[in-house]
Design a protein around this ligand. Structure first.
Ligand SMILES: C[S@@+](CC[C@H](N)C(=O)[O-])C[C@H]1O[C@@H](n2cnc3c(N)ncnc32)[C@H](O)[C@@H]1O
Length: 353
């Protein structure tokens, strides 16, 4: 089937909302004026989203878009060089469009999930979509919520914004002051929604004058108050420092670094100094017998690989105690070996002794 026919077949009610730049074919747009407006599609990315991106180093970073539609901004995030790009879309037709976009542009590394946040308004066909789970969400550098929050109910938005603040460092919200969705789109409403767990960092708006489809659109960048980015090198200096309370620490860092090397080269983890170190030490935590230690080693090797492939499931927690800043020494070593320079930690956690 030729490209034009495929695009028509994938249209929702005969239209696409995002103007995906397929070569030689114009997608049928929801509103023809959208194409030249500064508030939609690629112009929305250039005018509202990219100017708010708070970092320039993308190589180890993770980007999530909720309500990704046909995947235009997933494509832009990949072009910028984000390591991992994830899109969530509830509507079946839009999700199919996004799959097609990813396939057409060869975006093999994009993960597309058909998931829904709370209840949807009737235009969104969320039948068969799984519910979005914050527990399954990996630690992420930035989430994009472009013209989607006001389609959620107030309760769903509140819960979502709170939950995301423990996993995601930055959020960009694009909204329309007079939106007519399930929630309010006003910037005051959005600011209030974020006020408990995030701080507002930057705002972006442009003039509506002379636009073929003007709208009071505004973009806001928020930063989570629960997460902080640490320089991995600085954290390493504190964590790997020999310490009277934990005489094994230096040896642990040396052996575990060698272990991670070995695992990443697919070599036998039982040939590692780390395995011998654990046996000599009589195990770790609840893993005490030789068999338990073996199981622990196998599971730890699997964790190394899952972090290499996907990233962290939970942020490393930071207690603020001078000699014991983190509960994630293993993950610190793994991320260092993977070439991370910055590391996301949850701050202000109370230490349980
Ligand atoms: C107005 S479009 C914006 C699309 C894209 N973010 C953009 O700015 O071009 C809103 C998108 O959010 C999706 N959406 C709406 N409610 C949702 C929900 N409860 N869960 C997940 N996605 C939802 C819609 O299907 C639609 O693709």
């Amino acid at each position: 089937m030729n490209l034009e026919k495929q695009i028509l077949q994938l249209a929702k009610d005969g239209r696409w909302y995002q103007d995906i730049p397929f070569v030689g074919v114009q997608v049928p747009m929801s509103y023809p004026e959208q194409k030249n407006s500064q508030f939609f599609g690629l112009n929305k990315w250039n005018n509202f989203i990219e100017p708010l991106l708070p970092f320039k180093d993308f190589g180890t970073r993770r980007f999530l878009e909720i309500g990704c539609n046909a995947g235009l901004y997933l494509l832009k995030a990949i072009e910028l060089g984000f390591k991992t790009v994830v899109g969530i879309e509830a509507d079946e037709a839009f999700y199919e469009q996004a799959l097609f976009t990813c396939d057409y542009f060869g975006l093999k590394d994009v993960q597309l999930l058909r998931q829904v946040i709370g209840e949807t308004e009737p235009n969104v066909n969320a039948n068969g979509a799984e519910h979005f789970s914050i527990k399954e969400t990996l630690v992420t550098d930035i989430v994009l919520l472009a013209n989607v929050l006001y389609w959620l109910t107030d309760d769903a938005s509140h819960q979502l914004i709170k939950d995301l603040s423990y996993k995601i460092l930055y959020a960009i919200v694009v909204t329309v002051e007079d939106a007519t969705g399930l929630s309010s789109g006003s910037s005051d409403f959005v600011k209030k929604l974020f006020s408990d767990d995030w701080v507002l960092v930057k705002v972006c708006r442009i003039s509506e004058k002379f636009d073929p489809m003007p709208r009071q659109q505004i973009a806001l960048l928020f930063k989570s108050v629960h997460l902080k980015e640490f320089d991995l090198h600085e954290l390493w200096k504190i964590a790997a420092n020999p310490n009277k309370e934990e005489p094994h620490r230096e040896q642990f860092f040396r052996c575990f670094t060698e272990f991670v090397h070995l695992v990443f080269k697919d070599e036998d983890p039982f040939e590692s100094d780390y395995f011998r170190y654990l046996i000599d030490k009589g195990g770790i935590g609840e893993w005490k017998t030789d068999n338990q230690i073996k199981r622990y080693v196998v599971e730890t090797a699997a964790i190394c690989k899952s972090i290499r492939n996907d990233g962290l499931k939970e942020p490393i927690q930071f207690f603020g105690h001078a000699c014991n800043p983190i509960n994630g020494y293993h993950r610190l070593v793994i991320l260092r070996e993977l070439g991370y320079r910055k590391i996301l930690c949850q701050v202000g956690v109370e230490e349980i002794r």
